[in-house]
Design a protein around this ligand. Structure first.
Ligand code: ARG
Length: 462
């Protein structure tokens, strides 16, 4: 394709090393859509004739059909998806095909293709994210009264509900979808017309191309148009944060499905067995999501490092952006796809959860609150309850089991009503502060999330 300037053929190793078709062939649809828009615009602007424009557009549509039908094979001689498509076109319609690349460079072409590709994928990922949020919301609705221990330092801390715990993940995922939304604004910019770096002297109608391809803006600087990869980095940042959330959730599901916790049993369809230990049921999917988080972080660091210190404008280094970007896209999609059904089919052992909440003194803070409400300074109340807990630990009993006479020795303020007060379900019900775990607050939160899902365009039937 640069045969004019060169007198020798490329070395085979050069061809292989230089080629990106193995990675970028998946953008064939976007590449063809971009070329069709470009050709139509060239014709409208009188840069090529209407007949030439029609021939090129029709030829490209046929190339698309041929690729989808498996009738064409990509070659590394043509280096990348852009040159492969152009070669197919010229083979099909002859020399007119060579006019397609007028007023265009592969530098603005590849920027366009990646943006188009990412835009489509973002749309799918957004739906997958909303679907996971909807699954969590449904689960939460079933468990607003399911008492479980909340933890800090992985030590039982205070009683909460399973619904409240699940809604914590909903909040993380909502922020993730906002980040994705925000990233998509920066993806939604059309770079064609930037040329190699300095635009073009041909009278292009860039807005027409943007409209035809469904972009709401065009890039404002031709150098930036071909050298910007911020949108890919932003996507990988979104993906990394999302995976971090999913890996925290995975970690909890892994812990919870151990016999030591026994809070959840994953469905057989979403767990695996051991080839040697017949009793085993392993949470492999959750472990893999946790593990794949590392790949996505790697993708982000790869992208940042590729772009670091690159002078303007295009540099071939940037061809390396697609592997990590595609890997982040694929990994996030696959993780979201398994996560939703894995959760939907999981059986939560509400009895173990309740038992765990009864033990471990999760109501100790409430006992201190009881004393504080009766006028004892909280610090002193804390001290009193600490002594009561120590007493219980020595006797091997819980706070509900201490008789009133003994309680009186800790503090005369304690009355008969203490037993009801420190009942764990009451402890939860009392936490009616906005954002708290009381069932009525959680039910309100669920309605608000459902409303938000509708606003975000979530379609439950999709
Ligand atoms: N395959 C290249 C890429 O992905 C396309 C742009 C090539 N441009 C160039 N001047 N060599 O970045």
């Amino acid at each position: 394709m640069w045969s004019g300037r060169f007198t020798k053929k490329s070395d085979r190793l050069t061809e292989e090393f230089n080629a990106s078709i193995g990675v970028d062939s998946r953008m064939y649809r976007q590449d063809i859509a971009g070329s069709i828009a470009h050709a139509a615009m060239l014709a409208q602007q009188g840069i090529i004739t209407p007949q030439e424009g029609e021939q090129i557009v029709k030829g490209l549509q046929e190339v698309l059909e041929d690729i989808e039908a498996g009738r064409l094979e990509f070659t590394i001689e043509a280096e990348d998806i852009h040159m492969n498509v152009e070669t197919f076109l010229t083979q099909k319609i002859g020399d007119v095909g060579k006019k397609l690349h007028t007023a265009r460079s592969r530098n603005d072409q590849v920027a366009l293709d990646v943006r188009l590709y990412l835009r489509d994928e973002i749309g799918q990922i957004k739906q997958l994210l909303l679907e996971l949020i909807a699954v969590l919301c449904d689960l939460a609705a079933q468990h607003t009264g399911t008492i479980m221990p909340g933890y800090t330092h992985l030590q039982r801390a205070q009683p909460i509900t399973l619904a409240h715990h699940l809604l914590a993940y909903v909040e993380m995922l909502r922020r993730d979808s906002e980040r994705l939304e925000d990233c998509s604004k920066r993806v939604d910019v059309m770079p064609l017309g930037s040329g190699a770096l300095a635009g073009t002297g041909f009278p292009l109608d860039r807005e027409m191309v943007a409209r035809q391809l469904g972009f709401s803006q065009i890039t404002r600087n031709s150098l930036d148009g071909v050298s910007d990869r911020d949108y890919a980095i932003e996507f990988a940042s979104f993906a990394s944060i999302l995976m971090m959330h999913l890996s925290r959730f995975s970690e909890e599901l892994i812990l919870w499905s151990s016999s030591e916790f026994g809070f959840v049993e994953l469905d057989d369809a979403f767990a695996t067995g051991s080839s040697i230990m017949p009793q085993k049921k392993n949470p492999d999917l959750a472990e893999l999501v946790r593990g794949k988080t590392g790949r996505v972080y790697g993708d982000l660091v790869t992208l940042l490092t590729i772009m670091k210190s690159l002078p303007l404008a295009y540099n071939k280094d940037m061809q390396e952006d697609k592997e990590p970007l595609f890997d982040a896209i694929d990994t996030v999609k696959a993780s979201l796809m398994v996560f939703a059904p894995m959760l939907k089919t999981a059986r939560f052992n509400t009895r173990s959860m309740a038992q765990a909440a009864q033990g471990g003194f999760t109501n100790a803070t409430d006992l201190a609150d009881y004393l504080a409400a009766k006028g004892l300074p909280f610090r002193d109340a804390h001290e009193v309850v600490g002594k009561a807990v120590l007493y219980c630990l020595e006797k091997g009993i819980s706070l509900q089991d201490v008789d009133l006479a003994t309680y009186k020795t800790f503090s005369p303020l304690i009355e008969e009503d203490i037993y009801e007060f420190i009942d764990v379900a009451r402890c939860v019900a009392r936490r009616r502060v906005p954002g708290g775990p009381a069932p009525e607050m959680v039910s309100q939160a669920i309605s608000e999330i459902q409303e938000w899902l509708r606003r975000m365009g979530y379609d439950a039937d999709k």
